[in-house]
Design a protein around this ligand. Sequence first.
Ligand code: MSP
Length: 520
Amino acid sequence: MNNFYITTPIYYVNDQPHIGHAYTSVACDVLARFKRLSGNNVKFLTGTDEHGQKVEKSADAAGVAPQTFVDGVSQSFRNLTALMNISNDDFIRTTEPRHIKSAQALWKKMQDNGHIYLGAYSGWYSVRDEAYYQESELVNGLAPTGAAVEWVEEPSYFFNLSKWQDKLLEFYEQNQNFIAPESRRNEIISFVKGGLKDLSISRTTFSWGIPVPGQEGQKDKHIMYVWLDALANYLSALGYPDKNSQDYIDFWQNSYSMHMVGKDIIRFHTVYWPAFLMAAELPLPKRIFAHGWWTIEGEKMSKSLGNAIAPASLVEEFGLDQTRWFLMREVPFGNDGNFSRDRMIAVINSELANNIGNLVQRTLSMVAKNCGGKVPDANGVDKDEIDMSFLYKIYVTEDNTPKDIDKKYMGCKFNDIMADIVAISSEANNYIDNKAPWKQKKIDERLMNATLYHLLEGIRCIAIMIQPFIPASSSKILNLLSIPIDKRGFGYLSSDHALLPGTALPPPEPVFPRFAEKGV
Ligand code: MSP
C-alpha cells in the first residue's frame, strides 16, 4: 500500500471562509478520496493559521482577546469542512500545544545546525500578506500584491536563506515535478536565480505568536515569524519532533507528500519551506501544486468590495455536490477562474441534471417498470457493434488503465477527468436512443434486458468514477444499484466486477434536480 499525504494551506482566521478557501479544500478532498478509492493509505490534513499581526489586529478590531477570537473563526473553518463534505483526517490549529512544541523543535534544530543568527531588521512589511518586501519590489509604495506596507525596525533573528540558493536550484533540477504547474516552476527558478536574502524569522513589536525557544533572560521577547510557525504545521500534525511516530514515518519519511496551495503563497512553500527543511536535515515534500484565483462576476474578490461568496450560500441554493462539481469543473486547475452565477446554473443543469441525472433516471425507471425492480440479464443475447463500442468506453481496459487515471489525478487535471466522465454519460444517453429499449421490448424482451443491463453497467462505472468529486450523490447512485460499500473502489471499474443479474434494486429516486430560478 502506498502512503499519500495531502495538505491544504492552513487558513488565516482573520476572516470568515469564502469560496477561495472551499476551492483549495475541495481540490485536496478530490485527491484524497481518489487515492483512498485506489487503495492507498492516505492522510489528509487541513487546519487554521492563527498567529501573527493580521490576526491580532482583527481580534483587536473585534474587541476580543486573540484566543477567544481565533477559537471562534477556527470553528467556522472546521464547519466549512463539514459543509463541503471534506474528508480530512485531522484538523490542526497553530495555537494547539502539539503545534507549538513542534514549531519550536524545528526552530531549535535549524538553530543547532547553525542556520539562525541574531541581527536587526529594517525594511518593509505587509501585514495583509504577512510578508517582507524589498524597496525594489514596491509598486507605487505598495507591495506587488497591492497590499499596504509599513516600515519596520526591530531586533530580529535571521535564517541564512542566502546560503541555500544553489542547493534549492539543484533540488528543483533534480526534482522536476516538485513545483507545478510548469509556469510556476519557471517563475520560482528565476526568482531564486535572482539571489536570496537572509530572512527575518522573528518579531518583537507584538506578542501574538509562538515564543522563540531559548531566549530566557533576553531583553526583547521574540516570537516566531508567522510563516515559519505556519509551515511547521505540516510536520506538527505528524507528531514531529517524535521521529518514531507512526504518522511521521508513514507520511513524511515514506510517502508521496503534496501541499496544495494558491498561487499567492507558492514562494513560501517552494523556497522558504524546502530551505527550512534542508536546514533541519529533514526530508522534503514531493510536490507543491499552485492553483489559480477566483474572481466574482469578473471582479477581484475582496473585503472592500464585499463580494466574497460564502460557500454556505452556494450550498444552500444549488446543493452541495452541485457546488463541488462547478468549482472543480469550471476552470483547468492551475488557471484563474471567474465565478458567474449564470455559468454555474448552465453547468450543473447541462452536466448533472440533463446528462448524468437523466441517464440514471431513465434507466432506473425502465428497470423498475420492466424488469421487476431487479438487475436484468444480458446473457443469451449476442452483442452487436453498438454494444461493443459502448462497453469499450465504460470499462477500464488495456489502453485506459488505472495508471492513466492516476496520472491525470496527480497532474490535477480535474476538469479533464470530469469532461471524460460527462462524455461517457453522453455516450450512454446516445446508446439508449440508438437501442430504443422501449421498442426492443415489443420485439423481444431479452433485447431490452440486455440494453438495460449494459446501461446499468455504464451507470455503475460512472458512479464509481465520480465519487471523488461528488461523494454524496455518487453514493446515492451506487445505493440505487445495490452495490456494496467494499465494491466501489477504482479497482472495480472492469467487467470482471459486473452487476449480478437478479439483484434486487431499491425504488428509483431522482439524484440531480434541475435548477430553476425562483419565479421562472
Ligand atoms: N495562512 C496562509 C497559508 C499558510 S500555509 C502554511 C494563507 N491563508 S489564507 O487564508 O489567506 O489563504 C488560504 C488559501 O486560500 C490560499 O491557498 C489562497 O490562495 C486561497 N485563496 C484565497 N483567496 C482565493 C481566491 N479568491 N481564489 C482561490 N483561492 C484563494 O495564505
